[in-house]
Design a protein around this ligand. Structure first.
Ligand code: ATP
Length: 345
């Protein structure tokens, strides 16, 4: 096992016109499952490829296990990378596919098969070793690709959207499986996704990225409850955090914390919500409307759980409230939090 760290990392393309990684500092814990989450084009893949040694950084360093590896070729880094489009050899059996990297690495013949079988057992594909890839389901093929990466006994796993080829149902089970697999082998893993529910479900910590930078790194509950800026506040959460201008400040609150007044006790602020639309989603009521805290009305969303049965009518105004300790404040100009984050991350 080993930690991964990047220091002042930059990666530019096209003579500096594209700053895929603008500047990133990041360190995993030993055996940690760190998810990189961000919109398309924010630099996630470039970061993984630079850590793997497939790209030379423009500036900064990559450390694995505390040792600077910048400039070393990929094979010297004890890293296994699984991409979104993993290619298995279609004419080889599952066993031959898994053994392949060991042949390339000149591992002794007797040892190859033993290691391949062990990796296959770990991923519950031990019974499929004689099949060809086309005789497998998408999820099973995925596991063959993981076994092929695992067999080299990497110190670090880099996974780039490895579930994106699977359908929704299979994705959920493959996600569970990946998590259990990582807990079992305990290998430090960096996992790239643009899907926030995948990130929230899988990550011990999530690094939220945008435009070649890490905006915040923290446990799922930290980035959700205590976003460091308006980007994180609105990228995470569905529907996203409400942001209502008041003078120089944006007042933020999650839809589930905006409730009919009588449901909020203790210190609270009340707002009049002009209700424009309602939706029922998995038992919750999503109420769309406008509130006014400053100069002009702002659109907001309230999410009412089934336990709140206050009658709400479209076209009417209702008194809603938000508990004061649920409010988050951001600088309107920079988007940065202005009240202190309650967690150290
Ligand atoms: P996605 O989720 O769509 O895969 P990503 O977050 O992984 O996106 P990257 O693939 O790392 O994003 O790309 C980051 C930026 O760098 C993008 O603007 C992309 O167009 C640019 N980029 C990546 N590789 C190159 C390259 N080889 N040459 C020029 N620009 C590149």
């Amino acid at each position: 096992m080993a930690t991964v760290e990047v220091r002042h990392l930059q990666k530019h393309f096209d003579g500096g016109r594209v700053r895929a990684i603008d500047e990133i500092d990041l360190a995993t814990g030993e055996g940690e499952y760190l998810v990189l989450l961000g919109p398309s084009g924010c630099g996630k893949t470039t970061l993984l490829r630079t850590i793997a040694g497939l790209e030379e950084p423009t500036a900064g360093d990559v450390l694995i296990g505390g040792r600077v590896v910048t400039g070393l070729p990929p094979r010297a880094r004890r890293i296994a990378m699984v991409f979104q489009s993993y290619a298995l050899y279609p004419h080889k059996t599952v066993l031959a596919n898994i053994v392949f990297p060991l042949r390339a690495a000149r591992v002794a013949v007797g040892e190859r098969e033993e290691r391949a079988r062990k990796a296959a057992e770990m991923l519950d594909i031990g019974h499929l070793l004689d099949r060809k890839p086309r005789q497998l389901s998408g999820g099973e093929r995925q596991r063959v690709a993981l076994a092929r990466a695992l067999v080299r006994e990497p110190a670090v796993f880099l996974l780039d959207e490895p579930l994106s080829n699977l359908d929704a149902k299979l994705r959920a089970s493959a996600r569970d499986e990946l998590k259990r697999f990582q807990q079992r082998v305990g290998v430090t893993t960096m996992y790239v996704t643009h899907d926030q529910s995948e990130a929230m479900g899988l990550g011990e910590r999530i690094a939220v990225m945008s435009a070649g930078r890490v905006r915040q790194i923290g446990a799922p509950v930290e980035v959700y409850d205590d976003p460091a800026d308006t980007f994180v506040a609105t990228f995470i959460g569905s529907p996203p955090m409400n942001l209502v201008p008041r003078g120089e400040v944006l007042v933020g609150f999650r839809p589930e914390h905006l409730l009919p007044e009588e449901n909020v006790t203790g210190d609270r602020i009340t707002v009049a919500l002009d209700v424009q639309r309602m939706e029922y989603l998995s038992g919750d009521r999503h109420v769309y409307g406008t509130v006014q805290l400053g100069d002009h009305p702002t659109r907001v969303i309230a999410r009412l759980p089934a336990t709140v049965d206050t009658p709400i009518a479209v076209g009417e105004q209702h008194d809603f409230a938000i508990a004061v300790d649920r409010l988050r404040f951001f600088d309107e100009r920079t988007g940065q939090r202005t009240d202190p984050l309650r967690v150290g991350s």
